[in-house]
Design a protein around this ligand. Structure first.
Ligand code: PA5
Length: 447
């Protein structure tokens, strides 16, 4: 297994008996996922995706990635939520959070259409000046406001720069297979399209073209990534396996919730964990946060945040637990230099590796937070290679499905996301929303 769960830092808070008593519920939740007979079963295409993916499209993704690498200095990936977080997480985790600034023979990759910020868009346009650009717009529905606005901007920029014909070679569209407006429009315009399968929701879509095309452009080995996901699939869909890490994780977090631990903080010790945590927050937040239920997903990167949120975690409200990702081989080594003057008094660690100090900080923090009343689930991951990333993604997805069913929610819908959209459309004056607009404007002026 590329990944292991260590529960020794949670044991003071939940007994072995409590964990054992929850296990049958977790096993039956996994069986429900596999039998595809639970709530939201129309959206379970991701479960066997690591094996049953479209092999022809996978090859097309590689060809398109090579084309983008050859013809573009920069790729602009347009998408929001599940349509960008997975790709960004993978590129930062496997390559680097500083990917764009590193020396490399692959294009820079920028993410747009994930906010409505005029500053972000203006800055990106100015960064792209003079560069050859390709665009990958990703939207399953094709109608999401944020990416649709960004696509308008970049599409016309490309047409102006390269002409209609030239733009065709530089615009890649990842969307619904046949129903959506973006698919029809792209076919008419002659853009190459890739598919978000009908039965795969946005937050479970990183192993489809949604994630794979931008990830391949960054030079990540997507075959290795799929192999990792395949290994996870064969190990973690075995409901009878006593060491099934997904079941263990789902059991632990539900047991902790039962003890009043309503917030889970995903902890990384490397800056490359930041966007992985953002992906994880969407996965768990959108999957579980409904029907007045759920565990609130938060995240930190230590030791950075030990100097900001560390105080709260140590001594604030005791409704927290942490899930710590320990990447055994962080992918780089650095030795702490000796300083003859020893001004900082740190010569006792000179000659030690930085990773040794980082891991020591982790052990010290695990114990301190445990002593402060915060249970910790430890997830050990071999390394930050594509294989391990693929494994980790599938692990979190299947554990999320199990956990959601244990909670008694449908982990595959997100009805709550519509509320702000309806209000925004009404206030913006979208046709058909006239009455709502009047009512909302009244409420705003009364406030
Ligand atoms: O998980 C989800 O379903 C959402 O985060 C969507 O991915 C997000 O809202 C973007 O939707 P779309 O791909 O239709 O533009």
């Amino acid at each position: 297994m590329a990944l292991r769960i260590i529960n020794s830092y949670a044991k003071n808070f939940v007994s072995e008996e409590e964990l054992l008593s929850l296990r049958p519920t977790a096993v039956s939740a996994l069986e429900t996922v596999l039998a595809k007979n639970g709530a939201g079963n129309d959206f379970l295409g991701w479960v066997d995706l690591p094996q049953n993916y479209d092999k022809n499209e996978f090859e097309r993704i590689k060809i398109a990635a090579e084309k983008i690498k050859k013809s573009c200095d920069a790729l602009v990936v347009i998408g929001i939520g599940g349509s960008y977080l997975g790709a960004r997480a993978a590129i930062e985790f496997i390559k680097s959070p500083l990917y764009n600034s590193l020396k490399k023979d692959t294009p820079e990759i920028y993410f747009a259409g994930n906010n409505i910020s005029p500053t972000a868009l203006t800055e990106l346009i100015s960064i792209l000046e003079g560069k050859d650009i390709c665009v990958n717009v990703i939207s399953k529905s094709g109608t999401t406001t944020e990416p649709a606005i960004a696509f308008r901007v970049f599409k016309s920029m490309l047409i102006e720069k390269y002409g209609e014909e030239g733009a065709k070679d530089r615009i890649f569209v990842t969307t619904d297979k046949e129903k959506g407006t973006l698919k029809h429009f792209s076919d008419e315009a002659g853009y190459e399209t890739f598919v978000v399968p009908d039965d795969v929701g946005g937050r479970y879509s990183v192993l489809t073209a949604v994630g794979l095309l931008p990830i391949a452009v960054s030079g990540v080995d997507i075959d290795g990534l799929m192999k990792g996901a395949q290994a996870a699939m064969s190990e973690l869909t075995d409901a009878q396996n006593a060491n099934n890490a997904a079941i263990e994780y789902a059991v632990l977090r539900n047991a902790l919730l039962g003890k009043g631990k309503t917030t889970e903080i995903l902890v990384g010790y490397e800056p490359y964990m930041l966007m992985m945590s953002e992906w994880w927050k969407q996965l768990y937040g959108e999957s579980e946060g409904k029907d007045n239920k759920g565990i609130f997903p938060a995240s930190v990167v230590f030791s950075t945040d030990l100097h900001s949120l560390g105080q709260y975690i140590q001594e604030g409200q005791r409704n927290l637990f942490e899930t710590v990702i320990n990447v055994k081989d962080p992918g780089a080594s650095f030795t702490i230099p000796n300083d003859p003057a020893n001004v900082d008094g740190l010569n006792f660690i000179s000659g030690k590796s930085l990773d040794y100090v980082n891991k020591t900080a982790m052990m010290a923090t695990l114990i301190a937070h445990n002593d402060g009343g915060v249970p910790n689930i430890l997830i050990e991951l071999d390394n930050r290679e594509a294989y391990s990333f693929g494994y980790l993604v599938y692990f979190f997805e299947i554990a999320c499905a199990i956990s959601g069913y244990m909670l008694g929610v449908n982990p595959f819908n997100q009805p709550g996301v519509e509320a702000y959209k309806k209000n925004m459309f009404a206030l913006l004056g979208k046709p058909g929303y006239e009455d709502m607009k009047l009512e909302l404007e009244k409420r705003i002026s009364n406030n």
